[in-house]
Ligand binder design. Structure first.
Ligand SMILES: Cc1cc2nc3c(=O)[nH]c(=O)nc-3n(C[C@H](O)[C@H](O)[C@H](O)COP(=O)(O)OP(=O)(O)OC[C@H]3O[C@@H](n4cnc5c(N)ncnc54)[C@H](O)[C@@H]3O)c2cc1C
Length: 498
């Protein structure tokens, strides 16, 4: 304990008033995890102003055995930026490191500090006539460092890929306090092991990203927006495949919304402009970059009705309609909250198997909880669904949430059978650590531990996240993590079960 006070004193002196918070109320905003599932305490919150200060923080933490949790916008959905309670921890918020450091039109690159929001990065790209194409609902809050750490996807992945594709160079603070400067703008570089990939999508467990050199794209030209009503997922996939060919792979977005999702939006947002006049089982919100001639798309959609993969469609003629449709799509997560407790899954499968995922997934969930209300939406174009479940209206929220582990196990078994992933774009964090351990091969787990041990043998960076513990050690279940099973401690499985 005395050692920890010495560490906190050093951090206080190092960072000063603007950079160090240790009063309980001032720390609270950093501890409030968005879904309210993860609760914990830290010894303080560090707010470094630059990479040099971050190096000092990690060095002190290493000397005194403190865990260091990197935090960007705190919009993550898996408890990755929340304390794990595995050891005394501090949060390092990147919020003061939020400068755009360079814009290089000839190289088609901008360099940003990790605490810049995604919106800031997009605006910087716009200023030089280009675009940073990763985007989604919370772009004003999430940071580019968090996007890199989670390899964020979003609405445009079908056209532009994940964040990984747009990272050319990184500067990273490592667990031993060294600063790895790989802030290059190169499109070709086979001079090392592609080490920078280690820091993308690894959720702050291998290094803390401080700066990034980001590749830019051309701004899309004219965009054709349409809302489609489809009879089932198989038809939606068939239509997507057709449109991909007709448009020459120019689909920017293909978002799927179930009728249940549209209905809750209608219930809670009575002024929302509903997409189509008929009640379809599924809707697709589509954006396609076009040349001037859009008749080919009009014809394709008109013929979709004749071929019966399409029930109805409407073209989004002006910006206001488009804004309204996106409002419906982007409101689903917050409106689902108003419907009571929810159990959420972020899954991907090959697109050809999405129909099976939805049909068999709904059957499996109803077998566990007959009145459960599936709220399925997501990025159809990437095979990525948010297979969310809302509680039956008359069930106590705690009782519903206590089914989380059983629902997830069934759902993840199905996903593995279909050749998919239990963590498509939101990451593992604390939430899916046990499921990672259960669904991945012993060899994959061994490789993950080997990488973690090589880069962070003392487990300083984001302890208790992503990497499952060594064989024989337990991982907490979701019910225990979110406190709905009455169990307080490590109830779990041992390593290696597939
Ligand atoms: C309404 C809503 C919609 C969303 N939609 C999408 C979506 O469509 N696609 C998608 O991919 N995600 C989505 N997310 C999830 C979330 O926004 C992303 O995971 C995002 O990339 C997190 O960024 P952040 O800055 O908020 O990171 P945080 O939440 O602060 O942290 C997330 C993880 O990254 C680590 N981390 C943060 N900064 C750094 C850094 N500088 N260096 C190293 N590690 C770091 C943290 O330790 C933590 O493990 C959504 C979230 C919400 C609330």
């Amino acid at each position: 304990m005395e050692q920890q006070y010495l560490a906190l004193n050093r951090l206080d002196r190092l960072l000063g008033r603007a950079g160090w918070i240790d009063q309980a109320t001032a720390m609270q905003p950093y501890l409030n995890e968005r879904r309210g599932h993860f609760h914990g305490e830290v010894m303080g919150v560090a707010r470094p102003r630059d990479s040099g200060q971050l190096v000092d923080i990690v060095t002190v933490a290493g000397e005194y055995g403190l865990g260091v949790i990197a935090q960007g916008g705190n919009t993550g959905l898996c408890g990755g930026a929340a304390p794990s309670g595995m050891k005394p921890e501090i949060i390092v918020s990147l919020e003061r490191m939020n400068r755009i450091l360079a814009s290089e039109p000839l190289d088609d690159v901008i360099v940003a500090e990790a605490g810049c929001t995604l919106a800031q990065v997009q605006q910087a790209a716009e200023r030089i006539g280009r675009c940073f194409p990763i985007t989604y609902a919370v772009r004003e809050e999430c940071t580019i460092g968090g996007n890199i750490a989670t390899n964020a996807g979003g609405m445009n992945t079908i056209r532009y890929g994940n964040t990984r594709r747009w990272v050319l160079g990184l500067e990273v603070v490592l667990a031993d306090g060294s600063l790895w400067n790989n802030l290059k703008y190169l499109h070709k570089d086979n001079s090392n092991y592609a080490l920078q990939e280690l820091f993308i999508g690894t959720e702050g467990t291998l290094g803390i990203v401080t700066k990034a050199a980001l590749r830019l794209a051309a701004k899309p030209g004219r965009v054709y927006t349409a809302m489609l009503a489809v009879p089932d997922i198989g038809a939606a996939v068939k239509g997507l495949c057709h449109l991909r060919r007709v448009s020459g792979d120019r689909i920017i977005t293909c978002e799927l919304l179930s009728r249940a999702c549209v209905e809750i939006v209608r219930r809670h947002m009575p002024d929302a402009v509903m997409p189509l006049w008929m009640d379809a089982p599924w809707y697709l919100l589509l954006e396609i970059e076009t040349g001037r001639d859009e008749t080919i798309l009009d014809e394709c959609l008109a013929s979709g009705i004749e071929s019966r993969w399409l029930l109805d469609w409407k073209k989004g003629g002006d910006d206001e309609i488009r804004r309204q449709w996106w409002k419906i799509r982007n409101s689903i997560p917050s409106i689902q909250k108003m419907e009571g407790a929810s159990i959420k899954h972020d899954l991907s499968v090959p697109i050809s198997r999405m129909d099976q995922l939805v049909t068999q997934g709904c059957t499996a969930m109803k077998a566990i909880c007959p009145d459960v209300r599936p709220m399925i939406f997501g990025h159809l174009g990437d095979g990525n669904l948010h297979f969310n479940l809302s509680q039956p209206p008359d069930m106590a929220p705690e009782r519903f949430l206590s089914m989380w582990d059983e629902c997830s196990e069934r759902m993840h078994d199905l996903v593995m059978m279909l050749g998919g992933s239990i963590a498509a774009e939101h990451g593992i964090g604390q939430l899916k650590r046990r499921e990672l351990q259960r669904t991945q091969s012993p060899l994959t787990l061994r490789l993950m531990r080997a990488v973690k041990n090589a880069l962070d043998p003392e487990d300083i960076l984001n302890p208790g996240k992503v990497v499952p513990p060594a064989p024989g050690q337990a991982v907490r279940s979701v019910s225990s993590l979110i406190g709905v099973d009455g169990a307080s401690e490590n109830q779990g499985e041992t390593d290696g079960s597939k």
